[in-house]
Design a protein around this ligand. Sequence first.
Ligand SMILES: C[S@@+](CC[C@H](N)C(=O)[O-])C[C@H]1O[C@@H](n2cnc3c(N)ncnc32)[C@H](O)[C@@H]1O
Length: 300
Amino acid sequence: MIAGPLVDEEGIIYMDVDPLVSVEERQILNINGYYSRFDIFNTPLRSCSPKKKHMRVNSMIGWDKILSRTFGKEVSTLYLAYIEELIENGVDREEVDAFLNEYSAPVGVIFNILMLSRSGMTIKKFKKSTEFLLSQRKAVEEILKEVEPSSKILDIGCGSGLLTCLIALKGFNIEGTDISDKALNVANKLAYKLGCNIGFTLFEGGHLPQQDTAFDYIIFNSSIHEIRDNDRLQVLREACRVLKRGGRFIIIDQEGVASFDAIKCDLLRTGLEMKTEQLLQPVFDHGKSSRILKWIYLKK
Ligand SMILES: C[S@@+](CC[C@H](N)C(=O)[O-])C[C@H]1O[C@@H](n2cnc3c(N)ncnc32)[C@H](O)[C@@H]1O
């Protein structure tokens, strides 16, 4: 049947393959504890000359490596942190692996086709939108354009902490806060895996644990639209309390996914002044095509 794999210096795996092994069996090989279906990432098994006993099957690619190659190693690490969380909550590791290997490519294909057709975007724009949403690299770049070095930043609605970690890895002093303790569990795991020293706190009962005027910048990255209407003014007042005078809110969000008129009204009621509003790029998210904008508000 299948003998031990040979791996060359490029990480290409060569398998001894018995010609009687069915294609289905050849596609499921256990490498480094991951079951990989080698045909699902458009790299079909190639036939080999009978003389050469080793068949080139594929480079050593697992889903984490594919994520890393496409969206960056921090994104891949984030999804490893999610899996760790699932396992801690009782999901079986092998079941997760088998599920991902069986479903990722076919579901990815279906999602991509549906989203592409619903978005009405060109493939180039759709890829740019997906890169924006999944890698967070552009959002980080846009935020850091506004930020002075050695300032203190608070990321409100940080979720699972990818953007927070990416900013910390650039050498900035940043903390994260969120209303969801589940998201913060993942954020803490991600920060640990990436070697980031970040304090994540729970934004509970409308109160932040941080002291008055502790921060130079407050970030809301794709989070302000998620704050419930009834909670928003209190969240903004707390954010304003922990911001220094002359400090800024940097808000990045998708137009049309909440009432931005109501949000802007609450920002003004909090005593903030709008400095700039800038279009970043088109995206397809929340089931609609619209635009990502960046707003800067100043605490006078
Ligand atoms: C779409 S996620 C964005 C997460 C992260 N900023 C990012 O860009 O990946 C929105 C986050 O806002 C958080 N959120 C919603 N309401 C909140 C509130 N009242 N206070 C703090 N966080 C809140 C949610 O728990 C969620 O993690």
